[in-house]
Design a protein around this ligand. Sequence first.
Ligand code: FE2
Ligand code: FE2
Length: 336
Amino acid sequence: METPDPPPRGKRTPVDFLAELEPCAARSLDRHLAVSREWFPHEFVPWSEAQDFDGPLNGQPWRPGQSSLPAAVRDALVVNLLTEDNLPSYHREIAVRFGRDGAWGTWVHRWTAEEARHADALRGYLYAGRGVDPIALERARMRHMSSGYTSDQPSVVHALAYVTVQELATREAHRNVGQIGGDPLLARLTACIAADENLHMIFYRDLCAGALALAPEEFVPALADVLCGFQMPGHDIPGFRAKAARIAAAGIYDVEVHRDHVVLPLLRRLKIMEHTGLGPAGERARDRIAEHVEELHDKARRFQRLRPPLRRHGILLPGAAAADGPGRGGNGDAAR
Ligand SMILES: [Fe+2]
Ligand SMILES: [Fe+2]
């Protein structure tokens, strides 16, 4: 029986795309299952430090000062936790987008299971260490999850590009908060979460490479749209802008981290800037990406000038200067 001709270039439906990328998804899934490492959230909860709270157990109410975590670290942990909390909405998004059958479906469910341990571990760590006001946290979770999350990515290719960037950004956000949090247990916990996010990113990045090979004239414009308009999945968390500013000021996630550990490594890995055969739409999109990188350079320079006043006003964390060095965020190209 003859294999049917592929649909004309540029005319693929989402179903066509997913079907053509399925062998790539299956290979990446097999590799993911072979290399991903089991870990246990309960091991990262400092149970011996925990105390009953007020309420039915009539324990001690939460008070500021019960935890020595710096304020920006607490901000980052709350943003990261509330982001992870919205997993049901993210699951729905990728299940609808990628389907529940074959390798795609196996991935969607495995990914969801791995993601679920992130909020589990972070909440346990924060509750036991009294790192944040548990009532404020619970109310924020209710508000955030009640509003849901809807991806507005217009195509499957956009969705693949977005989840790749998002997993990489999330890896950095988790890892960096642990690196400057001042608690070795937190550093180990966030390293486990970051390792998961890294493997998720690698799965999606492989699919991006597959989409680039299949339809460069569609993939590069989608990647340009995603990079130029990127927002963290938790950007609609109440108070996000103020928290994000403090997180950036502390060097946990700022424009330099985004440029040096998310955008540039991804462009290098996919060989976007040296790719030939993009077609006119792809070439225009690559120009947009180059302009975006220039804008990131400008923003990073402006932010560098802001750092000394931020330090003088005590907004930067003690010790955060060390995190400005070349080791910050680890090696972006560790994403292999
Ligand atoms: Fe996660
Ligand atoms: Fe992830």
